[in-house]
Design a protein around this ligand. Structure first.
Ligand code: BES
Ligand code: MG
Ligand code: ZN
Length: 503
C-alpha cells in the first residue's frame, strides 16, 4: 500500500474518497467536500441529518456516486470528539481501509485538512498507522482462495501540507510502527508448534543483523551456568530447548540513558503439570506476546534510528509443558540471585521465568527496567481486553508509560503494590512461593513477586498484558488474534525519554 500526500484537486479520480466528521458536524460542517459538486454536497448533508448520523468513532456511511464521476464512492466516517482526536484519527483511517476493501476499492483518498482540528502533532503518522494496522490480516495458514483480500494499493492523503518533509517523515514513522506491530502480531498468531523457542531465536538473530543491533543467545547450558534455576524449571517439561534472547541497540554518539525491556516468552503455556482446562489453553500460543513486542520494538528502534538511548531487549523463551521431566508442584527452584521459590502451581510459570530474566536485565546496568508479560488471568477479570495493568516502583516511570499509552491508544491502568499482600507469597519451605491466596488480587501478588527480583534503586515497571495481547472479537485496528500491544507505546515512551524522577 503506497501512502502519499497530495494537494486536493478538483478532477481527482479515486474509487473511494473518505471524509471524516466530528461529533458536532451539524453545527460546523457547511459542506462535505470541495471535491464534490454543491448539489451533491447539500443532498449528502440532508441525508446524514435525516438518518441522524451521530459521527461516533467508527460510525460510517457509504455513498456510491454516479459512476460517470471521477470519485466513485464517498465514505463518511465518524470522528467522535476532538479531545480524543489522535485515537480517533487512527481509527478513522482503519475504518476507511476496511470499508474500501469491502467494495474492492484500489485507489482511495482521505480528506485530511478538514479533520485536522484538535491538536494532533502527527496526523499523517496516525493516519498511516491506522491504514496499515486496519489492513492487517493473518493469512499465512490459509489457502490462496480463502485469504483476506487486500485491494487497496494506493492512498492519497489530500492536504495542503503536501511536500513538507515533516509529512513524509511522519508517514515513514507510521509505516515502520505499523509494520513492526504487525510483525509482533504474526509472531503471536503463528501456531506454537511452529513458533518454538528456537524459531523466536531465529527471529531475534535476524533483528540482530539490523544496523546498531547485536544479538546474544544463551542456550540452556549458558543459562545453567548463570544459575537460572527458576527459568530452567519451567523449561524442564518441554522437548524444545529454552533460550535467553538478548538484543542490544547502541545509538550513534554518546547515549544519555540505558533502558532494559524484558518480555515474557512462553511460546506455549499448557499450564504444565498444573494443567489448564481445554478452554483455557486455546489461545496460549499468545503467552510470548511480551517477547514478541520486544522483538518488534527492537526492529523499530533500529529502523528509525532511535537517538541517544541504549536499549536492551531481553526474553527468556521456553514452552511450559507437562511431562515426565516437568517441574512438579512442591519443587523448589533457585534463581540466579540465590532467592528460592516454592513452585506450588506450575501454571504460574511466567513469574518463574522473569525471576531470572529480570536479574539478568539488571546486570546490564540500566537506568530503568520495564517488563511486559501475559502474566495473570486476574488482570482480564479486572480490566478486560482493552486495558493492561501496570505496577512499579517509580511513579514517574509509571505515569510516563500511561501517558504514552494515551497517545498510542493503548490503555494502561495502575494497580497498587499493596505491601500487606506480600504475606500471600511467603513460603514455609523457600523464600517465596509462586502463587498467592486463591482468587484474591492475583495481578498484584504477581507484581509483588516480580518486585523481589528487581533492585529498589532502579526504577521498574511491570505491564500485565494478559488481556490486551489478544483480541477475541477483533477491533477496527486489529482482527481476532495477537494485537502487538505495547510496541507503539514503548516506542513513544523511548522517543520522549526522560530519566525518571526519583520517587
Ligand atoms: N499465561 C497465563 C496467564 C494468562 C491467562 C494469559 C489468560 C492470557 C490469558 C499465566 O501463565 C497463568 O497461567 N497464570 C495463572 C496464575 C495462577 C496459577 C496463580 C492464572 O492467571 O490463572
Ligand atoms: Mg501459566
Ligand atoms: Zn503463562
Amino acid at each position: 500500500m503506497k501512502i502519499e500526500v497530495i494537494k486536493p484537486k478538483q478532477n481527482i479520480a479515486v474509487d473511494l474518497l473518505a471524509v471524516g466528521l466530528w461529533k458536532d458536524w451539524e453545527k460546523t460542517a457547511r459542506m462535505i467536500s470541495h471535491l464534490v459538486d454543491p448539489k451533491t454536497n447539500q443532498w449528502i448533508l440532508n441525508t446524514l441529518k435525516k438518518e441522524k448520523f451521530k459521527a461516533k468513532p467508527g460510525e460510517q456511511k457509504l455513498i456510491p456516486l454516479n459512476s460517470n464521476r471521477s470519485i466513485q464512492n464517498l465514505l463518511i466516517v465518524g470522528l467522535g470528539e476532538v479531545k480524543d482526536c489522535e485515537n480517533n484519527l487512527r481509527r478513522m483511517a482503519a475504518t476507511t481501509v476496511r470499508s474500501a476493501t469491502k467494495i474492492h476499492a484500489k485507489e482511495i483518498a482521505i480528506e485530511v485538512d478538514p479533520i485536522l482540528r484538535g491538536k494532533s502533532e502527527t496526523p499523517y503518522q496516525l493516519i498511516t498507522e491506522g491504514l496499515l494496522l486496519g489492513n492487517y490480516s493473518f493469512d499465512l495458514y490459509k489457502s490462496k482462495d480463502n485469504q483476506t483480500p487486500k485491494t487497496v494499493t494506493r492512498v492519497l492523503l489530500l492536504s495542503q501540507g503536501k511536500g513538507s518533509a515533516k509529512a513524509s517523515k511522519e508517514i515513514k514513522t507510521g509505516e515502520v510502527l505499523a509494520e513492526v506491530t504487525n510483525y509482533a502480531r504474526d509472531l503471536i498468531n503463528i501456531p506454537a508448534t511452529d513458533m518454538t523457542p528456537r524459531r523466536m531465536v531465529e527471529e531475534a538473530k535476524k533483528i540482530g543483523q539490523l544496523p546498531r543491533i547485536s544479538c546474544r543467545i544463551l542456550d540452556q547450558n549458558a543459562c545453567r551456568r548463570l544459575g537460572m534455576g527458576s527459568f530452567l524449571a519451567v523449561a524442564s517439561g518441554s522437548k524444545q530447548p529454552p533460550y535467553l534472547i538478548h538484543l542490544h541497540y547502541r545509538p550513534s554518539g554518546r547515549p544519555k540513558g540505558r533502558v532494559a525491556i524484558v518480555g515474557k516468552g512462553i511460546t506455549f503455556d499448557s499450564g504444565g503439570l498444573s494443567i489448564k482446562p481445554a478452554s483455557g489453553m486455546e489461545t496460549m500460543k499468545d503467552d510470548m506476546s511480551g517477547a514478541a513486542a520486544v522483538l518488534g520494538l527492537m526492529k523499530a528502534i533500529s529502523t528509525l534510528h532511535l537517538p541517544l538511548l541504549e536499549v536492551h531487549g531481553i526474553a527468556a523463551v521456553t514452552e511450559n509443558m507437562p511431562s515426565g521431566s516437568a517441574d512438579k508442584p512442591g519443587d523448589v527452584a533457585t534463581t540466579m540471585i540465590g532467592k528460592t521459590i516454592e513452585i506450588l502451581n506450575t501454571d504460574a510459570e511466567g513469574r518463574l521465568t522473569l525471576a531470572d530474566a529480570l536479574p539478568y536485565a539488571l546486570r546490564q546496568k540500566p537506568d530503568l527496567v520495564i517488563d511486559l508479560a501475559t502474566l495473570t488471568g486476574a488482570v482480564i477479570v479486572a480490566l478486560g481486553d482493552l486495558c493492561a495493568g501496570i505496577m512499579g516502583t517509580n511513579q514517574d516511570l509509571v505515569d510516563r508509560l500511561i501517558a504514552s499509552g494515551q497517545k498510542t491508544g493503548e490503555k494502561l491502568w495502575q494497580l497498587p503494590l499493596i505491601e500487606e499482600y506480600k504475606e500471600d507469597i511467603k513460603s514455609s519451605v523457600a523464600d517465596l512461593k509462586n502463587v498467592g491466596a486463591k482468587g484474591a488480587a492475583g495481578t498484584i501478588t504477581a507484581g509483588l513477586f516480580l518486585r523481589e527480583f528487581v533492585d529498589e534503586k532502579i526504577p521498574w515497571a511491570h505491564v500485565d498484558i494478559a488481556g490486551t495481547a489478544w483480541t477475541e472479537k477483533g477491533t477496527a485496528l486489529c482482527p481476532r488474534g495477537g494485537t502487538g500491544f505495547m510496541v507503539r507505546t514503548l516506542f513513544h515512551f523511548l522517543t520522549h525519554y526522560h530519566r525518571p524522577k526519583s520517587k
